[in-house]
Ligand binder design. Structure first.
Ligand SMILES: [Zn+2]
Length: 106
């Protein structure tokens, strides 16, 4: 069996979906908070950077939830190999396996 993603393992996938959904809600709340007018012009730059980072992570989470819904979650988009669960547990929105990710340079 190994530790690769088994798409038939509903229990594990449900756990992943729950974690991603919680992250999604957390980031959405954060974004709402960040985009609220603080009335402090000195923080505009920091705030813009935080908003951009939060939007990016929301996109990543949404992408992972879409892949889950479409049944192609946990499959590397580079080499089409299933990713080890350990990687997905650390980085639930990962789109590439470790070798592909490092080839892409980050
Ligand atoms: Zn790969």
């Amino acid at each position: 069996m190994g530790t690769d993603v088994d798409v038939a393992d509903d229990r594990w996938l449900r756990g992943v979906r729950a974690a991603l959904t919680a992250q999604f809600e957390e980031q959405t709340a954060r974004l709402t908070q960040l985009t609220a007018d603080t009335g402090d012009p000195g923080e505009v730059d920091t705030q813009a950077a935080l908003v951009a980072a939060t939007r990016r992570s929301l996109e990543q989470i949404t992408g992972a939830l879409t892949r889950l819904a479409e049944g192609r979650y946990g499959v590397c988009e580079g080499c089409a190999a299933p990713m080890p669960r350990e990687r997905l547990e650390v980085l639930p929105h990962a789109r590439f396996c470790v070798p592909c990710q490092s080839r892409r340079g980050r």
